[in-house]
Design a protein around this ligand. Structure first.
Ligand code: PLP
Length: 413
């Protein structure tokens, strides 16, 4: 085996005092929301905002003096770059990171501020990885792979050790999968000490590279479509990571974009935690009903990262609100006579909904000149409230078409 349990135990000693031993508290609101006994492993509280410091810190310390002096390079969707840059700086090791141009700004800026040389290359992780390999050879640097380096996998496994110390009677851990380094390390640590604990993987349906590897029997390249869980947008899982994880992981599930958005929203509202899409994927799986066998059981969700652009956070929260039935959008045909808009707005107010945005369209309409189309975004309480609004519009003779986004959709009449 490329990684042994003893490597994880040694990594735990090596990173002690350098990487935050993150809390793993129980969450009553999330337990109520999911019907499980939820604990959250708060690795979003690491100094660079993600668990990736664990592997980076371990791998950097294992380098020889000459390698440390020449410097290291990595390709990263962002979080490995941050963790590596931070710990390389503490150790005085020069660091170059290649990120796809699509990497969140916050990750790029923070890396540069910590003194890393950041190269933006290509639109996806794979292209960035190819460039990192080219530069490694050209400059004689040491490549520290973000999910397939055995020392990185061992470092990530320390999260599993901590979870068992903090929640000794844990029954399941739901681990987000990008390149599969985290799940490999956690599964090896946990299954060695407590084989009965379920290890369930979660990945976005837009880049389900672990599921594809399971079907093929080995890592294969899948098309990577952009996802809110940008940290998980890895088109091919690592060979070492897969070899370690495959026999130990019980099963995996895939989450949709709207499930991730809702999970980010829930974490802000219920846990007051800013968590990026990748870090919210485990909760997304629970909320979407993808792990019904865990009802009533003690489950740990690693909130694996919190690096999210503020603008993206705003957009994700709005999507989450739409998914939750607390924002809805529809077009309606109303009278263009004086008072037509006022009557329409009064009806919406009477239903207890609040207009967030409204827009008239006169020019490009066909037919009746006495009517006008309005496009509305309205704040509602929940899916039931949207249904009531829709029924009321139909009852009062409005033809309204609701946009499909949340649970309540369809025509008013
Ligand atoms: C926040 C976050 N969670 C989970 C993962 C998945 O880790 P791995 O690539 O080791 O599977 C990543 C990967 O970058 C990440 O950034």
């Amino acid at each position: 085996m490329v990684v042994e349990f003893s490597d994880i135990a040694a990594a735990a000693q090596r990173i002690r005092g350098k990487v935050v031993y993150s809390p793993c508290p129980a969450s009553i609101p999330l337990s109520l929301a999911t019907g499980m006994e939820i604990h959250c492993k708060l690795d979003n509280l690491q100094r660079t905002g993600s668990f990736k410091e664990r592997g980076a810190c371990n791998a950097l310390q294992l380098l020889g003096t000459a390698e440390q002096q020449r410097g290291v390079i990595a390709a990263s969707a962002g979080n490995h770059a941050l963790g590596l840059t931070y710990h390389a700086r503490l150790l005085g090791i020069p660091v170059t990171v290649v990120m796809p141009r699509t990497a969140p700004l916050t990750k790029v800026v923070n890396c540069r501020q910590m003194g890393g040389e950041v190269i933006l290359h290509g639109e996806d992780f794979e292209t960035a990885r190819q460039e990192a390999l080219r530069l490694q050879a050209e400059r004689g640097l040491t490549l520290i792979h973000g999910f397939d380096d055995p020392a990185v996998i061992a470092g990530q496994g320390t999260m599993g050790l901590e979870i068992l110390e903090q929640v000794p009677d844990v029954e399941a851990i739901i681990v987000p999968i990008g390149g599969a380094g985290l799940i490999a390390g956690v599964a090896l640590a946990v299954k060695t000490l407590k084989p009965d604990v379920l290890i369930i993987g979660v990945e976005p349906d837009r880049v389900a590279s672990y599921a594809a590897a399971v079907v093929a029997g080995h890592p294969v390249m899948v098309a990577a479509r952009p996802t809110l869980a940008d940290g998980l947008a890895v088109p091919q899982v690592g060979h070492n990571a897969f070899a370690v994880a495959r026999p130990l992981v019980d099963h995996t599930v895939v989450v949709r974009e709207q499930d991730v958005a809702l999970a980010v929203l829930r974490l802000v509202e219920l846990e007051r935690a800013v968590v990026e899409g990748a870090g919210a994927a485990s909760l997304a799986a629970c909320l979407a009903g993808l792990v019904p066998e865990l009802r009533g059981r003690k489950v740990v969700l690693p909130l694996s990262g919190g690096n999210i652009d503020t603008t993206i956070l705003g957009r994700i929260l709005e999507r989450g609100l739409a998914r939750d039935g607390r924002l809805c959008q529809f077009t309606a045909i109303i009278s263009d006579r004086p008072g037509g808009l006022a009557a329409f707005a009064a009806l919406i107010a009477d239903e207890g909904a609040s207009i967030k945005h409204i827009e008239h369209e006169r020019t490009f309409m066909e037919g009746d000149l006495s009517t006008v189309t309005v496009r509305c975004v309205v704040e509602t309480r929940d899916a039931g409230h949207i249904r009531e609004l829709r029924e009321r519009l139909a009852r009062d003779g409005y033809s309204a078409l609701f946009t499909e986004s949340g649970p309540a959709t369809g025509h008013a009449n």
